[in-house]
Write a protein that binds this ligand. Structure first.
Ligand SMILES: *Cc1c(COP(=O)(O)O)cnc(C)c1O
Length: 410
């Protein structure tokens, strides 16, 4: 059977094999495995790539988020606002920094944080105390101190609106850029394109192998243009020491391996071209699937977004059937994510209930991630699209009519 994987990690590593092995050989020669010049060079290069002043390499994306929050000043007992449509690491990092995650719903078309829901939350559930210049939650009286917008699927959240609200309520913004290496946002406020990782107080990146920029193992980084935040993260990742065995605070073991930094330096040189290839594949999917756009929700690109398509996510009424049939045809797909965070068992203790976030609850049942990676071929995309088009047309005709009418209505 002709199989199309959801993600092909083998080919790019085969192509870069000699260079990657060179990194390993160099590391063996000096037995320099953790930290050191290879890490520092990668940090310089990635900071530059993200239009950010500093980059601090860490062990993974979850550490990056947790350290970014702690270094930005999140305290135990705080409330940090994020979205329920994300990987659990976003909320874990908030909890593990000692804070409580509070969710606001996402926008129906971009699947990212809806600034209107954020505004509702801040206006109705919180109050701004002019005496202290701080925001508090009305019911619990806890301080609300930060927002973590997630640039999901490789597309940035509506950052101008989010930053504006953050300013009004004196909140910090820490970007979860774990899926958005190289994504851009046109800031109307600044009248220029901005890179993911350059807009918040700090931003977290993951270099998990399947990300747009992936290590050959675990790795992550924080970008920031705040000198003190960068310095604090350097300490947090290394047991709170600024100097060997002089611990100014308790920290973590969250350093970046030199070998991974070396691999990342090599791959970073290809990232722009890989992202462009992903965008090209997204355009092609768009053309191929346009015929059924009444039945398939295609990714929505606002004019202010330049996404890097970590994932290509479509929306379908008969998602389960389509996924099953594609799997039978040897085509890999994914669901990102099937259960919104507020409905996960891990967050029972937050006492959310069904219906609290209707948009994410609906889209979670309908989204499907199609194969997306830089080496995806035209012929493969053609085959995938053909199958998807056939499968959506098995929807009863009257439903298709209703949906077409609904599409015309807005
Ligand atoms: C991958 C990912 C993370 C976590 O990164 P790890 O390197 O796996 O710890 C956090 N947030 C989002 C949105 C991610 O996609």
């Amino acid at each position: 059977m002709n199989t199309i994987p959801f993600l092909d990690l083998v080919t790019p590593h085969e192509e870069l094999k000699e260079e990657l092995c060179g990194v390993f050989r160099a590391a063996l020669r000096g037995a320099s495995f953790i930290g050191g010049p290879m890490v520092e060079e990668f940090e310089r290069e990635f900071a530059q790539y993200c239009d950010s002043q500093y980059c601090v390499g860490v062990a993974n994306g979850t550490d990056a988020l947790r350290f970014a929050l702690i270094a930005s000043g999140i305290k135990p007992g705080d409330i940090v606002i994020t979205v329920p449509n994300t990987f659990i690491a976003t909320a874990e990092a908030i909890s593990q920094a000692g804070a409580q995650p509070d969710f606001v719903d996402v926008e129906e078309r971009t699947y990212n944080m809806d600034p209107e829901r954020l505004q509702d939350y801040l206006e109705n559930d919180c109050y701004f105390d002019t005496a202290t210049g701080k925001t508090f939650h009305r019911k619990t009286r806890r301080p609300v101190t930060a927002i973590v917008p997630v640039h999901l699927y490789g597309q940035m959240a509506a950052m101008d609106d989010i930053l504006e609200l953050a300013k009004d309520y004196n909140l910090m913004v820490v970007e979860d850029a774990c899926q958005a290496h190289g994504a851009e946002y046109f800031s109307a406020k600044e009248n220029r394109w901005k890179k993911a990782g350059s807009m918040g107080k700090a931003a977290a990146f993951s270099f998990y192998p399947g990300k747009n920029l992936g290590a050959c193992g675990e790795a992550g980084a924080v970008t920031t243009s705040d000198h003190d935040v960068a310095q604090k993260i350097r300490m947090l990742r290394d047991h709170g020491q600024a100097q060997k065995y002089y611990h100014d605070m308790e920290g973590y073991n969250g350093r970046l391996d030199a070998i991974q930094a070396g691999f990342l330096r090599i791959k970073l040189r290809h990232l722009a071209a890989w992202n462009e290839a992903r965008r090209e594949s997204a355009r092609r999917y768009g053309q191929l699937l346009a015929a059924a756009d009444a039945a398939i929700g295609l990714p929505y690109e606002p004019t202010w977004a330049k996404p890097v398509y970590h994932l290509y996510v479509i929306r379908l009424q008969n998602r389960e059937l389509v996924q099953k049939r594609l799997a039978e045809a040897g085509i890999g797909t994914g669901i990102h994510y099937p259960i919104p965070l507020h409905q996960q068992k891990a967050y029972r203790g937050l006492y959310y209930k069904e219906g609290d976030f209707p948009v994410v609850e609906t889209v979670a049942k309908e989204i499907l991630s199609l194969p997306m990676y830089p080496g995806l071929l035209h012929t493969q995309q053609f085959e995938i699209a053909e199958k998807v088009l056939n499968l959506v047309s098995v929807i009863p005709a009257h439903e298709q009519g209703q949906r077409a009418a609904a599409a015309f209505a807005d």
